[in-house]
Write a protein that binds this ligand. Structure first.
Ligand code: ZN
Length: 132
Protein backbone atom coordinates (compact mmCIF):
# COMPACT_ATOMS: atom_id res chain seq x y z
CA UNK A 1 0.00 0.00 0.00
CA UNK A 2 2.98 2.26 0.40
CA UNK A 3 4.11 4.59 -2.25
CA UNK A 4 7.42 6.11 -1.49
CA UNK A 5 9.16 8.82 -3.35
CA UNK A 6 12.05 11.17 -2.97
CA UNK A 7 14.33 8.44 -1.87
CA UNK A 8 17.19 6.54 -3.35
CA UNK A 9 16.21 3.55 -5.39
CA UNK A 10 17.94 0.31 -4.57
CA UNK A 11 19.94 -1.32 -7.38
CA UNK A 12 17.14 -3.87 -7.63
CA UNK A 13 14.53 -1.16 -8.07
CA UNK A 14 16.66 0.63 -10.63
CA UNK A 15 16.97 -2.63 -12.55
CA UNK A 16 13.23 -3.17 -12.31
CA UNK A 17 12.49 0.32 -13.61
CA UNK A 18 14.91 -0.26 -16.43
CA UNK A 19 13.13 -3.47 -17.31
CA UNK A 20 9.80 -1.65 -17.35
CA UNK A 21 11.22 1.11 -19.49
CA UNK A 22 12.58 -1.45 -21.94
CA UNK A 23 9.17 -3.07 -22.19
CA UNK A 24 7.56 0.27 -22.85
CA UNK A 25 10.24 1.34 -25.31
CA UNK A 26 9.57 -1.83 -27.27
CA UNK A 27 5.91 -0.85 -27.58
CA UNK A 28 6.23 2.92 -27.84
CA UNK A 29 9.30 3.31 -29.98
CA UNK A 30 8.62 6.61 -31.71
CA UNK A 31 7.46 10.10 -30.93
CA UNK A 32 3.83 10.46 -31.95
CA UNK A 33 4.50 14.01 -33.13
CA UNK A 34 7.76 13.89 -35.10
CA UNK A 35 8.41 10.13 -35.34
CA UNK A 36 11.82 10.49 -33.75
CA UNK A 37 12.96 7.18 -32.28
CA UNK A 38 12.97 7.11 -28.52
CA UNK A 39 15.82 5.77 -26.49
CA UNK A 40 15.67 4.29 -23.03
CA UNK A 41 17.01 7.51 -21.55
CA UNK A 42 13.96 9.41 -22.79
CA UNK A 43 11.70 7.50 -20.42
CA UNK A 44 11.25 8.17 -16.74
CA UNK A 45 9.07 6.33 -14.27
CA UNK A 46 6.94 8.86 -12.41
CA UNK A 47 4.82 6.50 -10.40
CA UNK A 48 4.19 2.87 -9.75
CA UNK A 49 1.50 1.09 -7.89
CA UNK A 50 1.32 -2.67 -7.94
CA UNK A 51 0.78 -3.53 -11.61
CA UNK A 52 0.40 0.00 -12.83
CA UNK A 53 3.32 2.09 -13.97
CA UNK A 54 3.09 5.71 -14.97
CA UNK A 55 5.91 6.65 -17.27
CA UNK A 56 6.69 9.89 -18.97
CA UNK A 57 8.65 10.16 -22.18
CA UNK A 58 10.14 13.31 -23.61
CA UNK A 59 11.11 13.41 -27.24
CA UNK A 60 14.74 14.42 -27.63
CA UNK A 61 13.93 15.93 -31.00
CA UNK A 62 10.75 18.00 -30.59
CA UNK A 63 10.45 17.86 -26.77
CA UNK A 64 6.90 16.59 -26.97
CA UNK A 65 6.07 15.02 -23.66
CA UNK A 66 4.05 11.86 -23.65
CA UNK A 67 2.61 9.92 -20.78
CA UNK A 68 2.34 6.19 -20.82
CA UNK A 69 0.39 4.03 -18.45
CA UNK A 70 1.63 0.49 -18.38
CA UNK A 71 -0.28 -2.26 -16.71
CA UNK A 72 2.06 -5.15 -16.11
CA UNK A 73 0.19 -8.34 -15.40
CA UNK A 74 2.11 -10.72 -13.26
CA UNK A 75 5.30 -9.94 -11.48
CA UNK A 76 7.74 -7.67 -13.25
CA UNK A 77 10.37 -9.03 -10.90
CA UNK A 78 10.00 -12.57 -12.25
CA UNK A 79 13.13 -13.29 -14.19
CA UNK A 80 12.35 -16.08 -16.61
CA UNK A 81 9.17 -14.92 -18.21
CA UNK A 82 8.36 -11.60 -19.79
CA UNK A 83 5.54 -9.77 -18.09
CA UNK A 84 2.43 -9.34 -20.22
CA UNK A 85 2.07 -5.67 -20.83
CA UNK A 86 -0.81 -3.39 -21.65
CA UNK A 87 0.02 0.12 -22.65
CA UNK A 88 -1.83 3.30 -23.15
CA UNK A 89 -0.25 6.45 -24.37
CA UNK A 90 -2.08 9.37 -22.85
CA UNK A 91 -2.63 12.70 -24.43
CA UNK A 92 -2.09 15.65 -22.09
CA UNK A 93 -5.86 15.97 -21.69
CA UNK A 94 -6.19 12.34 -20.80
CA UNK A 95 -3.27 12.61 -18.50
CA UNK A 96 -4.97 15.46 -16.69
CA UNK A 97 -7.78 13.08 -15.96
CA UNK A 98 -5.46 11.24 -13.67
CA UNK A 99 -4.55 14.54 -12.08
CA UNK A 100 -0.99 13.45 -11.76
CA UNK A 101 1.52 16.19 -12.08
CA UNK A 102 5.18 16.29 -11.25
CA UNK A 103 5.88 15.73 -8.47
CA UNK A 104 3.33 13.00 -7.91
CA UNK A 105 1.26 13.75 -4.86
CA UNK A 106 0.04 11.07 -2.51
CA UNK A 107 -3.59 12.10 -2.92
CA UNK A 108 -3.30 11.63 -6.65
CA UNK A 109 -2.06 8.13 -6.14
CA UNK A 110 -4.86 7.39 -3.74
CA UNK A 111 -7.28 8.54 -6.40
CA UNK A 112 -5.49 6.35 -8.85
CA UNK A 113 -5.78 3.45 -6.47
CA UNK A 114 -9.51 4.01 -6.06
CA UNK A 115 -9.79 4.20 -9.79
CA UNK A 116 -7.87 0.97 -10.25
CA UNK A 117 -10.02 -0.85 -7.75
CA UNK A 118 -12.97 -0.32 -10.05
CA UNK A 119 -11.14 -0.44 -13.33
CA UNK A 120 -11.85 -3.46 -15.50
CA UNK A 121 -8.75 -3.06 -17.64
CA UNK A 122 -10.54 -1.72 -20.68
CA UNK A 123 -8.50 1.36 -21.43
CA UNK A 124 -10.06 1.78 -24.84
CA UNK A 125 -13.51 2.06 -23.32
CA UNK A 126 -12.27 4.29 -20.55
CA UNK A 127 -10.72 6.86 -22.82
CA UNK A 128 -12.90 6.38 -25.88
CA UNK A 129 -9.78 5.51 -27.82
CA UNK A 130 -10.33 5.24 -31.53
CA UNK A 131 -9.73 1.78 -32.85
CA UNK A 132 -7.52 2.88 -35.71
ZN1 ZN B 1 9.16 14.35 -31.31
Amino acid sequence: MEFEQDRELSPEEVAREERIKRLILAAVSRCSVCSHSYTLADFAVIGQREHLWMVTVICAECHHQGFVTAVIQGRPTAKNKPAPLSLLELSPAEHARFAIATPVATDDLLDLHLFLDEFDGDFAKLFGVRGD
